[in-house]
Design a protein around this ligand. Sequence first.
Ligand code: NAD
Ligand code: ZN
Length: 343
Amino acid sequence: MRALVYRGHKRIELENVPDARVPAPDGALVRTTSFAICGSDLHGYHGPVNEERIGSTMGHEAIGEVVEVGPEVRSVRPGDHVAVSAVVGCGRCENCQALLTARCANSETRVLNLGQAEAIAVPAADSSLLPIPDGVTDEQAVLLTDILPTGYKGVRGAGIQPGGTVAVVGAGPVGQMALETSFLFGPSKVFAIDQVGHRLEEAERLGAIPIDASQVDPVEAVLDQTGGKGCQHVIEAAGPQATVRIAFGVLAHGGTLSQVGATTDPEMTVNLMALFGKDLTYRVGLVSPQYAWPELVPLLQEGKIHPERVFTHHLPMSDGPRGYEIFDKRDDGVIKVMLDPTR
Ligand code: NAD
Ligand code: ZN
């Protein structure tokens, strides 16, 4: 089967790899019909070469059709149209049973890095697959695999109160999900901080106040517009040290910073004494998409959110390497790239 394979720094190749199979008695084989590229795929793409990952399949945001299931699978059957969770657990431990797959007590692998291929071997199918509900489009279903739950996790974690002030740092795909869902909680002001013009314009269309970090000091700008107080609810949706610093900088005393951006640099330093003086709450972690599905599906079905607006590019899988390049450069008006595995 064909897959997009990691070959080193900014090198993704379309290659033939061994066919996927049902991985275990509780697993399933899913033939993909659409998948997207995630900001998490970019860490490996533009970062230092990861020797261990060379030759491995990219991606973790796919939907498709169940082709075959193991004998222990109960909730899906061949022919079902499903979204594949980006994060998988054993499906049996207490945390997985509580839909918190990112906290699985038994599995080492959390993110299912197999998604950008014609088929996926899905472990713990009953826990990892969402039969796509009526009233949810394919584009929306792709977002349910990862970034919509991720942005929503950021928002939930920030505990937005009606009338509260919000800042979302990073207006990429994940930031867009956080921006859109933050409005569900009745904030008085939502700031969107980024340095890419078209992403800030998209945030503005949602009702957010854009802050262009390439033009102004974003911390000063937010303090200026909040009477020097900063924001009570901050969502970090980018990951680099610079944006984590901005996130702490715009956080009000007594506020909550909820980070979903992945900081890959282990050398990150923070001034704990300065944070101590703010009496703040800090949350950070990997998403459990399953945990958010029961809340997000009705919002999609009722038309209360339209996150599919982020798909700016639809390309055939054979153009996957170009899709990575466009997404990484953040040019051509790109927010999110969808790939079609049938082409
Ligand atoms: P992205 O890279 O497209 O978005 C990041 C955005 O931050 C970009 O728009 C970029 O312009 C902006 N940015 C970067 N540096 C900046 C700076 N110094 N000042 C202002 N803006 C800056 O990626 P994405 O798909 O939106 O993903 C965002 C992050 O979320 C990634 O780190 C990804 O790994 C992470 N992620 C985490 C989870 C989770 O489970 N917690 C799930 C999915 C993605
Ligand atoms: Zn992802």
